[in-house]
Design a protein. Sequence first.
Length: 219
Amino acid sequence: MADPHHQGKFITLEGGEGAGKSTQVRAIAERLAARGIETLTTREPGGSAKAEELREVILSGFAKQFSPIGEAMLFSAARIDHLDQTIRPALARGVWVVCDRFMDSTQAYQGALGNIDPRLIKALERVAVGPTRPDLTLILDLPAEIGLARAAARRKKGAAADRFEGEDLEFHQALRKSFLEIAAAELERCAVIDAAQDVDQVSAQIWDEIRRRLLKESV
Ligand code: T5A
């Protein structure tokens, strides 16, 4: 059931490591601002005070001690607070929300890669997300090798590897497949973007999707 309090549009970006999500979140916010659309950018795990605290715990590797379902519950707990404190209030005010990762990351990372029964992941999604589902999900798709090389290059500039960047290539290839399956199952909500292109080309492809699907413009 659609959420009657959901006035703004809710856009999420998903994909593997180093796909360029954070870069494109910023680009989307700039384009929307140029249109005079008030926009809030946020991320998961995190996006509210309590969820940011949980982010530290989860990405430090602590959550790895739990089973995949335990880990999925930790991400969902952070998501509940993020929705309550940040996302829903903004959408209710008519603000557009652009979020770096959301529920599909739980389905791909914990669900598919952790071999959790899909019905369990969907049940968790119903509890944590309820009616506040994204209007548009941009799945940034690129070969795992390219994403990992981008993340590694960024680490050379001082950033640390997190819990999932440390996994092997096979893990990241399975992750890519899993995001493409999510997109194929929900074509109306999801758009697959070729993230191997340069930043400006990716940004242009994303903007076409937003214009066509959310602003109802012909492109
Ligand atoms: N997770 C998250 C779960 O397991 N379950 C969940 O439910 C949720 C919500 C989050 C981790 O948590 C997991 C998934 C993640 O492993 P994070 O630190 O937020 O950790 O990591 P990511 O979301 O993966 O974000 P990254 O910062 O690693 O990647 P981005 O945001 O996709 O990429 P970005 O924009 O930072 O770009 C990476 C580098 O590539 C360059 C950028 O300049 C940057 O240096 N770049 C490009 N280079 C060439 N061409 C392009 N088109 C480029 N776009 C960006």
